[in-house]
Design a protein. Sequence first.
Length: 211
Amino acid sequence: MFKFTTVPIILATIILLSSDLKAYPIVNGDFSNSLTGWTSLDVTVVNGAAELSDRNAYASLYQGISVASSSGYVLSFDFSTGIQPVTGGVFSDLLAGTLFFGTSNTFDYGLPALAIFDNSASSSTVYNGVIGSSPLGADWNRLHLTFTTGAADTWIFPLFDLFDLNQQSGEVAYIDNVNLTANAPAVPEPSTLLLVWIGTGIGLLYRRRQK
């Protein structure tokens, strides 16, 4: 005689919870649709990547993304620079990446922030994250940043800036394949848990009647 056990229910619950990963896709992270979804200054799309130019004091590129508070995520992106060594100025241009945290879809440089990296002609510094090789080629790098949002954080803003520190125009930097994924299972909705508990109760009742 077939005896119902709680094992299938437990397994189903585990599968349900582990598969309940919420993706928070960045809009047009590969720039295949020009700069749709992004807020930018002195940025164009060249060969499928966002090109930040030093025509003015700085170029910037960012996007606001709705996220869950107190949750883990992984932000990744490819970057490449055409920053040249200093020839007439004190400093070379600088490409910087920063992640800002907010409570609404309103960006401000005064928001709490996490420095990711900066890159100049002479050095590259990673403050948070890990840099590795990129499938886009030897001139590119890929950075992965694992982070956790705060209890009040409901929006994040990955920001890329190119600062014209040497006041000589003609240098550029590139960003591509910006991606955000959940790093941990999301908390199940109450209705989902209710269905699991009801199923468990029915299974236990059925098993008791079979004894």
